[in-house]
Ligand binder design. Structure first.
Ligand code: CP
Ligand code: NVA
Length: 308
């Protein structure tokens, strides 16, 4: 069974094949109405469960639309409405859902929940974000970078801000796709050291630079995300804002990167916090292409998981 649990638990050749297929599928339906079916219907007759234990706009809509374009059907479930929220185990939920559906996508809190779902499901499971990683987002980001600038291998990517779940998947992608990664942020919000070590073992540079202006020197891509993730306590808001303010992506920071550097953000953005309006709406920003590419990348991920 082929799950999609993380970038670093997926074979690099398979990751590359998914990006290339996503691009082909996107090109094949260019200009068509969003609700029109793809020429190929690889998910015909398939049922996909989309489980959300946290809010979502992009993941929810892009998975739902993607399944339908490929001829499948979806059911969108919220964790709190399921018995999952009332004491039924993840393992039993996985066993039961596997009797009804062909594929499960889950957005949850603890990574252990995702892993237990994958262990006990007899159908593929896709990680739609946990507290620790967000691999679907990074697949869309790789697709987006390459559409605009060609191969990402050998490029320098800088993450500025909180070393969170999206940052973790980006660092994993550095090792898998062969680009250098620099993290710039306050020490208390560093990514887990294991992520950087693993990237280094793959042969890429994976560094921490506390000075954001120095960090972005020579950068081909600058990426950030919200200062407070869905799993972070709101009580930490003021402290985190104070710690992260020097790492805001603004025009001064972008001017210190390469002249053709791109800016990415997984969204939702908090304008004038982690990123200014001038950068979000400026010429370097490809944030809405990233959002669109969730659709195309995830269609390729689902085909990979189902082998269709
Ligand atoms: N980027 C992303 O995953 O967005 P949603 O939380 O809206 O799904
Ligand atoms: N880091 C954010 C990403 C949202 C898509 C969060 O986990 O809330």
């Amino acid at each position: 069974m082929t799950h999609f649990l993380d970038i670093n638990s997926t074979d690099p050749a398979a990751l590359r094949a998914m990006i290339d297929q996503a691009r082909r599928m996107k090109e094949a339906r260019a200009g068509r109405p969003k609700g029109s079916p793809d020429d190929e219907q690889p998910l015909a007759g398939r049922m996909v469960a989309l489980i959300f234990e946290k809010p979502s706009t992009r993941t929810r809509v892009s998975f739902d639309v993607g399944v339908r374009q490929m001829g499948g059907q979806t059911m969108v479930l919220s964790g709190s409405d399921m018995q999952l929220g009332h004491g039924e185990t993840i393992a039993d939920t996985a066993r039961v859902l596997s009797r009804y559906v062909d594929l499960i996508m889950i957005r949850t809190f603890e990574e252990a929940t995702l892993l237990e779902m994958a262990e006990f499901a007899t159908v593929p499971v896709i990680n739609g974000l946990t507290n620790r990683t967000h691999p679907c987002q990074i697949m869309a980001d790789i697709l987006t970078y390459e559409e605009h600038r060609g191969p990402i291998a050998g490029r320098k990517v800088v993450w500025s801000g909180d070393g969170n779940n999206v940052c973790a998947s980006l660092i994993q992608a550095a090792g898998r796709f062969g680009f250098d990664i620099t993290f710039t942020g306050p020490p208390m919000l560093d990514p887990e050291p294991g992520f950087l070590n693993e990237a280094r073992i793959s042969g890429v540079k994976a560094e921490i630079e506390r000075d954001p202006l120095r960090a972005v020197e020579g950068a081909d891509l600058v990426v950030t995300d919200t200062w407070i993730s869905m799993h972070d306590a709101q009580s930490a808001r003021e402290r985190r804002h104070n710690q992260l303010r020097p790492y805001q992506v603004n025009e001064r920071l972008m001017a210190a990167a390469k002249p053709d550097a791109l800016f990415m953000h997984c969204l939702p953005a908090h304008r004038e916090e982690e990123v200014t309006n001038a950068v979000m709406d400026g010429p370097a920003s490809v944030v809405f292409d990233e959002a669109e590419n969730r659709l195309h990348a995830q269609k390729a991920i689902m085909r990979h998981c189902l082998g269709v």
